[in-house]
Design a protein around this ligand. Structure first.
Ligand code: PLP
Length: 390
């Protein structure tokens, strides 16, 4: 037998292991110092009470013969698909239940969706970027073309290189930068002209504060004919450990003579037996009026942190993006420092942990990500220390 040799081409993902190791070493030699982590982008607030109630109720249902559920619809329970459609209706986007596929989180579908496409398609991926897009395509042996993010384009690259598949992430991880409607329209027009397909990652859409900014690619005309949207309850509702997301494959989306929606349906019914009923009930509760207000309160909590970080950097005259419509602030390392050098200095001097930009791609060198997923007190303490040291 032969293995998929493409796996051997994957670069080791050192970013978070190296961060953890460096922090452990620092703590071991400086036990008296309090280290504050704004590094790993995982949520810190617990699930909303209404979600916990729905989960509990669903657990009880599973314990009684009359309400027990076995296998569900592979594409998700109708109650949750309808609720997702309702959420999109609130954004002015009309979707049919058949276009929604409930998943166990965005990560799975960001990679799995590639099952539908030939391996000799080229892929356009922003640099820096959430690493899953790159690795999933390396695994399939696809040619990757990078588009450069930089301070000049605000880390929002626009179309200038052709490819068959285009990954976009807005609001972006790691940069927190968010495309405007006019910019997303450029991408949609480009995909339509070039028969390309956009994979739009909207995992952070719920963090957008500016009503003028798009929270779904389908708010752009013609996007249903050229884009798949992949989203998640992870950051929106604290589901990183609970696991639920959704993917939208519009019925109007046709490539190479085939409608993609039935292909994805076929793929999911073959390789995925659906997200757990209990979890889907928890996710459904997010879309109730109570759920919305509880989840929004958590988002507001994180965005207060983001603003605080951004205001502090502004006061220090440090170039940065993000933080206004995303829980990440992306800053230029002071004094021309490299990403890891700045990491070491920040940890050593201010005892604050962030994520070196170069860990998200070569174009991230010299930049640094601070996450707003933390307690207020810790963020303000961290910023006080940063102010003293910078
Ligand atoms: N997409 C982006 C841009 C992310 O930052 C993350 C998680 O950090 C994900 C997708 C993964 O989301 P999930 O937890 O739903 O798999």
């Amino acid at each position: 037998m032969k293995i998929n040799k493409n796996y051997l081409k994957l670069k080791k993902n050192y970013l978070f292991t190296t961060i953890t190791q460096k922090v452990q070493d620092f703590k071991a030699s400086n036990p008296q110092r309090e280290v504050i982590s704004l590094g790993i982008g995982d949520v810190t607030l617990p699930l909303a009470p209404v979600v916990v109630d729905a989960l509990r109720h669903a657990v009880d249902e599973m314990g009684h013969a009359s309400t027990f559920r076995g296998y569900g619809d592979e594409q998700g329970y109708p109650f949750l698909r309808r609720a997702v459609c309702g959420y999109y209706a609130g954004k002015g986007v009309t979707l049919d239940d058949s276009e929604i596929f409930i998943s166990d989180g965005a990560n799975s579908d960001l990679g799995n969706i590639l099952d539908l496409f030939a391996d000799d398609n080229t892929v356009l991926i922003p640099d820096p970027v959430y690493p899953v897009y790159v690795d999933a395509n390396i695994m399939a042996g696809r040619e990757i073309i990078y588009m450069d993010g930089n301070a000049g384009n605000g880390f929002l690259p626009l179309p200038d290189k052709k490819a068959d598949i285009i990954y976009l992430c807005s609001p972006n991880n790691p940069t927190g930068a968010t495309y405007s409607r006019a910019q997303l329209k450029m991408w949609v027009d480009f995909a339509m002209e070039n028969d390309a397909l956009i994979l739009f990652d909207s995992a952070y859409e719920a963090f957008v504060q500016d009503d003028a900014l798009p929270t779904s690619i389908y708010q752009i005309e013609n996007a249903k004919e050229c884009a798949i949207e992949i989203s998640s309850f992870s950051k929106m509702a604290g589901f990183t450990g609970t696991r639920c997301g959704y993917t939208v494959v519009p019925n109007a989306l046709v490539r190479d003579g085939a409608a993609l929606n039935p292909l994805w349906y076929r793929r999911q019914t073959t390789k995925f037996n659906g997200a757990p009923y209990i979890i889907q009930r928890g996710a459904g509760a997010v879309f109730t009026p109570e759920g919305f207000s509880q989840v929004k309160a958590n988002i507001a909590y994180y965005m207060k942190n983001a603003k605080f970080i951004s205001d502090t950097l502004h006061g220090l005259g440090i170039w940065h993006t993000g933080g206004e419509n995303a829980p990440y602030v992306w800053l230029k390392c002071p004094k021309g420092m490299g990403s890891w050098d700045f990491f070491d200095v920040l940890l050593g001097e201010a005892n604050v942990v962030g994520a070196p930009g170069v860990g998200f791609g070569a174009k991230g060198e010299g930049f640094f990500r601070l996450s707003a997923f933390a307690e207020h007190e810790k963020v303000s303490k961290a910023m006080e220390k940063v102010k003293k040291f910078l």
